[in-house]
Structures are given as structure tokens and as C-alpha cells.
Design a protein around this ligand. Structure first.
Ligand SMILES: [Fe+2]
Length: 391
């Protein structure tokens, strides 16, 4: 083989090698892109997948989409029941107070996005599909600045909201890659919102059932009609003042509505007895927290609700029932119900006595600080009730 032939072959191999190197570079770039995409989707699914508060879901999704496409302005709006307006749930980069603002859909960019159910870029619309009148409207709408990218949030082909992004930091138009990312995150956001709504509906239906049960229990006792609902109101006021979490407030609400469920088994003749209870009758009454927990144990209720029902008659100094728990051994929700329950009992008529004044009842709660009640809970109760009375 001559030298020229060898050189030619070498050149050919070198070209093939360069070609392979180029392909490898493209593949590596694509792999890195895919990794980045997966990473982002994993992050967002971790952040919003377990949330049941629609505002929280929208806030997190908005932060993520704005970061991914480096946009200064972004908003998420959800469809109103009339399907003629959108309400801004989350936004960043806008002046004033756009949160909660209603935006009319008809003859706006949103109208087009909702009808075509696809992401739209304002630049595309300007050139191809939008009338001069509409173009002016887009440009004069204070929420829409060019270039803008708007995506529908859809669940089962129904648009439930809109994500809008504007003002990229690099001042460049939105790219096909931006849209791809945004569309995928929008889908995840749609599923999270849908799930949150299902959970909320389920919870509301459950609460209606619990309220009916609670009212049925209260109705057995002529003197405590509406007691559980009132205890619920006082307890939630205390809980909010203490700054407990939204989840704990929901558990507290359920526990308050169910705290007397154990009275189902107590005869009405005992519940409504005008005279003093015998020791046997008193023993029966004292069993209601344990009976309540027994009744609820097969309902798969959260354990914090169950323990609050069981321990709502414990006293801070350990002299309560059924288990004589002391101080912080008593679950926090039970310590809150203890104050709310006692207050409502004092300001309500009972078969064996007339109701007391609010002032007297508040003083009694104060006097029970550290013995009957947790000092922190009493502090929150006084703060809450004082605030209520000054309204
Ligand atoms: Fe009770």
C-alpha cells in the first residue's frame, strides 16, 4: 500500500472520528438537558405533590416556572365558577396588589389560550391571528407585557386556569425549550390543584357528616345544644392565636366536633338530670372520653384527633381524667379543648345551675392557670376573647 493511500485512509478515519465526536457532543448536551428536565420535574413534584392548599401549590409552581425561564413577571390565575373571569392566585414582579383581582376573559389573550388550549406566545399572535383591536388590548393590559408566554392549566381537557410569564431577563423571546419546560410543569401543577380540590371536597363532605353527628349528640342534652360548634369556635381562636399549623387547626376542628361523642351511650335521664348526680352517674359521665375514643377507633381518624378526644378532661396538674396526665403529657389539642370546653360550659345554662357572665367565666379560667389549664393556652384564650369582645 502506497503512502498516499495510507494517508487517505487516515484522513477518512479522522473525519469519521470528528463526526463521532460531534455526535457525542450533541448526545451529551441532550443527556444533560434531559437530566436537567428530570431534575426540575422531580423537584416540583416533590414540592407540590403533597400540598393540599391551592395558594401554596400556585406559589411554588410560579416560583419554579419563573426561575426556569428567568422571567421577571409571572402570574397564575384560576377560572371562576362563571367561567367568564380568572382570579389571580399567585404573582410576582407586579406593582400594586394584583392578588385576588378578577380578570375578564372575553376578548383578551386568555380567551385565545382557553379556546385553543395550547401555549401561546404574544409575538405569534401579533403576527398571525390577532386583530389590531385585540393587539392594542394586549399591549394596554397592565398585566401583559411583551414578550409574553401564556399557558392553559388543564385537567381532563378542561381549562381550570392560566399561567402567564413576561419580561425575560435576557430580553429575548420565549423559546421552544421554554415552552416545553413550562408545559410539563403546568401539567404537574394542574394535577396538584385537581388533587387538592378533590381532597378539599372530600374533607368538606366528611365535615358535614361529622357536624351532623355532633349536632345529634348535642341534641341528646337539652342544655348543651350547639355546644360542640361553640367549643370549636373558641378552640380555633385559641389555636390561631398560638400559631399552630393549618393541619393542626383542621385536627382541632374535628376533635372539637367529636369530643362529646362518647355521650351517645349515656342515658338522657342522666344528661338532663336537674339535681346532683350520684357517684354512679358521675362515673358514667366520666367514661365519655374513653367511650368516645372507642367509638372512633375504627374510623381511621388521625391519632391526634383521637388523643384530643380522649384527653380533653385531663387537668394540667394531673388531677383530671381518664389517665391523670400532667402538663405537657397532655396532648396540645386536648389542652386547648379543655379551656374552650370549660369556658362554654360556664357561660351556658346547665340543668343544675344558670349560666355565668363572660367576665366571671374569664376570671375562672385565669384562676385555673397551671392547675386546670396550660398557662400558654390560657394566655392565648384571654388574648383571643379580649380581641373578640373589643370588636
Ligand atoms: Fe367532655
Amino acid at each position: 500500500m502506497g503512502v498516499t493511500k495510507v494517508n487517505n485512509k487516515l484522513l477518512k478515519y479522522q473525519k469519521q472520528l470528528h463526526c463521532l465526536e460531534d455526535k457525542m457532543e450533541v448526545l451529551t448536551e441532550k443527556l444533560l438537558e434531559a437530566f436537567e428536565e428530570l431534575n426540575i420535574f422531580y423537584d416540583i413534584s416533590q414540592s407540590i405533590g403533597n400540598l393540599y392548599d391551592i395558594k401554596d401549590i400556585c406559589d411554588i409552581a410560579l416560583t419554579q416556572v419563573a426561575e426556569i425561564v428567568c422571567s421577571e413577571k409571572a402570574s397564575i390565575s384560576l377560572m371562576d365558577e362563571d367561567r367568564e373571569h380568572l382570579t389571580i392566585i399567585s404573582c410576582k414582579g407586579f406593582d400594586g396588589k394584583p392578588l385576588g383581582k378578577k380578570v375578564k376573559i372575553k376578548d383578551t389573550l386568555y380567551d385565545d389560550v382557553i379556546k385553543c388550549r395550547k401555549p401561546l406566545l404574544a409575538e405569534e399572535l401579533d403576527q398571525k391571528t390577532v386583530s389590531i383591536q385585540k393587539r392594542r388590548r394586549y399591549k394596554t393590559n397592565s398585566f401583559i407585557l411583551q414578550p409574553i408566554c401564556t399557558l392553559p392549566i388543564t385537567v381532563s381537557d378542561e381549562v381550570i386556569g392560566i399561567i402567564s410569564l413576561a419580561d425575560k431577563l435576557d430580553k429575548q423571546p420565549f423559546t421552544a425549550r421554554d415552552i416545553k419546560f413550562l408545559a410539563a410543569i403546568t401539567n404537574q401543577t394542574a394535577m396538584a390543584i385537581h388533587n387538592a380540590r378533590l381532597v378539599t371536597n372530600l374533607r368538606e363532605s366528611f365535615l358535614v357528616t361529622v357536624r351532623s353527628l355532633s349536632a345529634a349528640i348535642d341534641a341528646k342534652d337539652h342544655y348543651t345544644h350547639g355546644h360542640s360548634e361553640r367549643v370549636c369556635g373558641h378552640a380555633l381562636g385559641i389555636g390561631q392565636t398560638l400559631g399552630i399549623s393549618q393541619l393542626e387547626l383542621q385536627q382541632l376542628e374535628l376533635a372539637c366536633l367529636l369530643h362529646e361523642v362518647g355521650k351517645i351511650g349515656i342515658p338522657e335521664s342522666v344528661l338532663n338530670k336537674k339535681g346532683k348526680l350520684t357517684s354512679q352517674e358521675m362515673g358514667l359521665m366520666h367514661k365519655h372520653p374513653v367511650k368516645g375514643t372507642d367509638i372512633l377507633k375504627n374510623t381511621k381518624l388521625n391519632k391526634f384527633v383521637m388523643t384530643a378526644v380522649r384527653h380533653h378532661h385531663e387537668k394540667y396538674d394531673g388531677k383530671g381524667y381518664p389517665d391523670g396526665l400532667v402538663g405537657e403529657q397532655i396532648p396540645m389539642l386536648a389542652r386547648i379543648i379543655a379551656v374552650a370546653d370549660s369556658y362554654d360550659a360556664m357561660v351556658s345554662n346547665r340543668p343544675y345551675r344558670s349560666k355565668s357572665s363572660q367576665e366571671w367565666a374569664i376570671m375562672e379560667i385565669k384562676n385555673g392557670t397551671g392547675s386546670n389549664y396550660d398557662p400558654k393556652v390560657v394566655w392565648a384564650f384571654i388574648k383571643w376573647i379580649t380581641n373578640q369582645n373589643s370588636r
